[in-house]
Design a protein around this ligand. Sequence first.
Ligand code: COA
Length: 173
Amino acid sequence: MRIREATVADRAAIVRIARASFDRVYAFFAVRGMRHAWPFLVAEDGTSINQGFLEGILFRGTPPIGYVYFVAVDPRARGMGSGRALVQESLRLFRSRGADRVFAAVSKDNDPSMHLFESLGFERVARRVLWRWYRWRGLSVQMRMLLAPHEVLLARTFTDLPPASPQEVSRAS
Ligand SMILES: CC(C)(COP(=O)(O)OP(=O)(O)OC[C@H]1O[C@@H](n2cnc3c(N)ncnc32)[C@H](O)[C@@H]1OP(=O)(O)O)[C@@H](O)C(=O)NCCC(=O)NCCS
């Protein structure tokens, strides 16, 4: 399996996977999110068939904040490591842009997704951490995350990076 950047040619497969993976509202936002996603990744098998995708958002500022907006794998290709490989590559890319944390939002009852993120070091956090850690910028990021009431916020912190200084955080807000 290979993880690569998505191209225009992946659009039809991504729409199909989104519709097979999410309800109508989430699928709508996943399709719309393609326009501005970064990183925007696909997983393909040995025969170059698109098996899954990940849409991320990098919220600029000091420090930048990463967000895994959508990740989905074709129902026929699940359980074979694509989801893990997509999230891992997004973590590497977010980090390469200077993010010290990456967030994700998962429905409370979505066990596969919760296990996937927790196995990669994500921890459940209260939404108020966005205010505590990033002040006004955190509130604006929270609005753009489009969190639904039934979703749990998860955060993965790169602990081997020095934390942003308070000045840096307040300058960005
Ligand atoms: C969540 C999702 C992307 C996982 O993709 P996947 O390719 O099947 O996942 P992987 O094979 O890489 O598995 C990675 C880990 O996820 C967890 N996981 C995957 N499927 C699981 C399941 N059915 N039950 C419990 N945990 C599961 C496990 O922790 C697994 O690690 P392990 O194999 O070492 O136990 C996939 O189930 C999916 O597309 N779901 C629908 C869309 C969705 O809910 N997206 C998340 C919110 S945006």
